[in-house]
Design a protein around this ligand. Structure first.
Ligand code: SF4
Ligand code: SF4
Ligand code: SF4
Ligand code: FES
Length: 572
C-alpha cells in the first residue's frame, strides 16, 4: 500500500493507483474528459490537473500514479484557474450550440464548464466551418469534437478495428477515418461504441425520434413497438437510476403513455430464435453441415464478418436476429390478426444498439420487398430523450405488462442481453430436446461474465458438445483466425459485437465502463431468475405460434419469415 495525503487527508491505496482513483476513495471526483477507466492512459485534455508538493508544474491526475508520501491538492486556486483555461481553450474552437445538441443531456464538457464557472470565455472563438457527416446510423460533427481520443481508443483497443484516428495539426486537428471519409465508405461495423464513449456531441446516433412521433400521430397507422432485453436494465440510467435497475414495468407504462398502440417484447422472438437456431444446429450436426455454427443476433458482428471474413459466412446461422424476426411477424402475421394490412403497421424497435438501425434497412429484411419489417429503430438513449420530451416521470411510473401474444417470454430470452446469454438459452433448450430429460441445473455459469472468450462442454446423453462465447470485435477476430486455421474445436459459438454483449451496446446510456456493465449484467440475470418460465421451449406463446401459424421449426413459413442470408461486403 502507498500512503499519501490528498487535501490534507491521509489515504492508503494499492501501488499502481492513479491520483484520480485515489481521490475517489475519499469522496473527491476530479473532473476528467479524455480519461476512460477501460482505456489505456492518454492524458490528452489536461482538465484533471492537480498540484503535487515538490513538483514544479501541475500534473494530470488521470495519468499520474501515486508515490509514497505524495502530498496532493485537488482544489487550489491555481488548479481551478488552470482547469478553467483548459476548458476555455476547448470552447474557443467549439461549436457551442448546446440548446440544439444531441448530447445536451449528458455532455461532460458542458457540465465541467458550468461547474468551473466558465461563463464568458476569454479567448476569441475560431470555428472551422464543417458540415456534419450523417449516415443511417451515426452522426459525426467535428465542430463539437474536443479531441479527447476516447472514440479512437475504443475502436482500436476494444473493437480492434482502428477506423478512427487524429489527422491534421493544431486547431485543424480532426478525428475520423482516413482522409476524413464517410464511415459507410470504410469498413466500420456501425457498432456505435465511439458514440457511447464520446463525452460530448461529436459522435452520436442518427436521431429518428421525429419519425416515431409522426407515426404515432398518424391516425391511419397502427404503431407497434418492441423492446430489446438489454434496454430494461439500462433505460433507468437516463433518469438517474442505479445501473442495472430492472425497470421492465415502467418501460411498458412509459411506451403506452407515448402513444404506441401495442407494446411488445423482443424477448418473445428471442425465444423463437432459440427454437429455430437450436433446430438449425441439430440439423447441421445430423446432416454434416458447416460447423462450428456462429450466432447471428448481433448486427455489428454480422457487419464485421461480411466485411472482414466473408469466406466464413457459411458458419453463420441463417436465423434473423430477434429484432428482425419480430419485424417479420409484425408485418407478416400480426396484421391479419387485427384485421389490418402490413402497410397499416409501423414497426418500431427500442434497441441498445446503433447497428440495428443499419440492419433494419437491409434489403433482405423485408417480407414483401416493399415494406421494411422494422420501420424505425430508436436507441435506449433516444428513448430517454423522447420520454423527457413528453415530460414522463419515468422513475415513479406504475408498472404495466406487455401485450399478448408477442409480450410473453421467458428468462432464457432476457439473458440474450448479456454476453453468454444466447448460448445459455440455447443450451437450456437443446439439452432437453436432444436428451428428452429435464435440465435441473439451468444456470450455465461458465459462459457468464466479462471474460473475452468463454468455453463450456455440455454432455448431451454421452456426446460432449464444446461451445464458446466471445464478445467484442477484437475477440471475434481472434476466433475467426482460429476457425480459419482449423483450430476452433467447437460446435457452436456465440459472438456479440459489443463489450459485455447488448448491455454494453453502442446505443446504451453514454459513458459505460466495465464496472457499470457488470451492474447491468447482474440486472439481466436477476430478471431471468425472477421469471416463472426460464426455458424458451416452455413459452406457451411460442407453442401457440407454431400450432397456429409456423407449424414447425425450420418449416416453410419459418424459412420465408425468420431466416435470411448474409453476403460478402468486403471493401476493396
Ligand atoms: S457538445 Fe456539449 S458543450 Fe458542445 S454543444 Fe453539445 S452540449 Fe454544448
Ligand atoms: S461505429 Fe464502431 S467500428 Fe465504426 S468507428 Fe465507431 S467504434 Fe469504430
Ligand atoms: S469524437 Fe468525441 S470521443 Fe472522439 S475525439 Fe472527438 S470528442 Fe473525443
Ligand atoms: S482526463 Fe486527465 S488529461 Fe484528460
Amino acid at each position: 500500500m502507498i500512503n499519501i495525503t490528498i487535501n490534507n487527508k491521509a489515504v492508503s491505496v494499492p501501488e499502481g493507483t492513479t491520483i484520480v482513483n485515489a481521490a475517489k476513495k475519499i469522496g473527491i471526483n476530479i473532473p476528467t474528459l479524455c480519461y476512460h477507466p477501460d482505456q489505456m492512459l492518454k492524458a490528452n485534455c489536461r482538465v484533471c490537473v492537480v498540484e503535487i508538493e515538490g513538483y514544479r508544474t501541475l500534473q494530470t491526475a488521470c495519468s499520474t500514479f501515486v508515490k509514497e508520501g505524495m502530498i496532493i491538492h485537488t482544489n487550489t486556486e491555481k488548479v481551478r484557474d488552470a482547469r478553467r483555461v483548459v476548458v476555455e481553450l476547448m470552447l474557443a474552437d467549439h461549436n457551442l450550440a448546446c440548446d440544439t445538441c444531441a448530447a445536451e443531456s449528458y455532455c461532460h464538457l458542458r457540465r465541467i464548464a458550468s461547474d468551473l464557472g466558465v461563463r464568458e470565455p476569454r479567448f476569441e472563438r475560431v470555428l472551422v466551418p464543417y458540415a456534419p457527416h450523417i449516415n443511417d446510423v451515426l452522426s459525426k460533427d467535428r465542430t463539437k469534437c474536443i479531441k479527447c481520443g476516447r472514440c479512437i481508443q475504443i475502436c482500436a483497443e476494444v473493437q480492434g478495428l482502428s477506423i478512427l484516428d487524429f489527422m491534421g495539426r493544431s486547431n485543424e486537428t480532426i478525428v475520423g477515418p482516413a482522409f476524413d471519409s464517410e464511415l459507410y465508405d470504410v469498413a466500420c461495423v456501425s457498432c456505435g461504441q465511439c458514440s457511447a464513449a464520446c463525452p460530448v456531441g461529436a459522435i452520436t446516433e442518427k436521431e429518428d425520434i421525429e419519425s416515431v412521433w409522426a407515426a404515432i400521430n398518424d391516425p391511419n397507422k397502427v404503431v407497434v413497438v418492441q423492446t430489446a432485453p438489454a434496454v430494461r436494465v439500462a433505460i433507468g440510467e437516463e433518469f438517474g437510476m442505479e445501473p442495472g435497475s430492472i425497470v421492465t414495468g415502467q418501460l411498458v407504462s412509459s411506451l403506452r403513455m407515448l402513444g404506441f398502440d401495442y407494446v411488445f417484447d423482443t424477448d418473445f422472438t428471442a425465444d423463437l430464435t432459440i427454437i429455430e437456431e437450436g433446430h438449425e444446429l441439430l440439423k447441421r450436426l445430423k446432416e454434416g453441415g458447416t460447423l462450428p455454427m456462429l450466432t447471428s443476433c448481433s448486427p455489428g458482428w454480422i457487419n464485421f464478418i461480411e466485411q472482414y471474413y466473408p469466406e466464413l459466412l457459411p458458419h453463420v446461422s441463417s436465423c434473423k436476429s430477434p429484432q428482425q424476426m419480430f419485424g417479420a411477424l409484425a408485418k407478416g402475421y400480426f396484421p391479419e390478426k387485427i384485421g389490418k394490412k402490413p402497410s397499416d403497421i409501423v414497426s418500431v424497435s427500442i434497441m441498445p444498439c446503433t447497428a440495428k438501425k443499419f440492419e433494419a434497412l437491409r434489403e433482405e429484411m423485408s417480407v414483401d420487398g416493399v415494406n421494411q419489417d422494422v420501420d424505425i429503430v430508436l436507441t435506449t438513449r433516444e428513448l430517454g430523450k423522447m420520454l423527457r420530451q413528453a415530460g414522463i416521470d419515468f422513475e415513479n411510473l406504475p408498472e404495466d405488462e406487455y401485450d399478448a401474444p408477442f409480450g410473453i417470454s421467458t428468462g432464457a430470452a432476457v439473458i440474450f442481453g448479456a454476453t453468454g446469454g444466447v448460448m445459455e438459452a440455447a443450451l437450456r433448450t437443446v439439452y432437453e430436446v436432444v436428451t428428452g430429460k429435464t435440465l435441473e441445473q439451468i444456470d450455465f455459469k461458465d459462459v457468464r461474465g466479462l471474460k473475452g472468450v468463454k468455453e463450456a462442454v455440455v454432455d448431451l446423453d454421452g456426446t460432449p458438445v464444446k461451445v464458446a462465447v466471445v464478445h467484442t470485435i477484437a475477440k471475434a477476430r481472434e476466433m475467426m483466425e482460429l476457425i480459419k486455421a482449423g483450430k476452433a474445436d467447437y460446435t457452436f459459438i456465440e459472438v456479440m459485437c459489443c463489450p459485455g454483449g447488448c448491455i454494453g451496446g453502442g446505443g446504451q446510456p453514454n459513458g459505460a465502463n466495465d464496472e457499470l456493465r457488470l451492474k447491468r449484467i447482474a440486472g439481466i440475470y436477476q430478471a431471468d431468475a425472477d421469471l416463472p418460465i426460464r426455458k424458451s421451449h416452455e413459452n406457451p406463446a411460442i407453442k401457440s405460434i407454431y400450432d397456429d401459424f409456423l407449424k414447425e421449426p425450420l418449416g416453410e413459413k419459418s424459412h420465408h419469415l425468420l431466416h435470411t442470408h448474409y453476403k460478402n461486403r468486403k471493401k476493396q
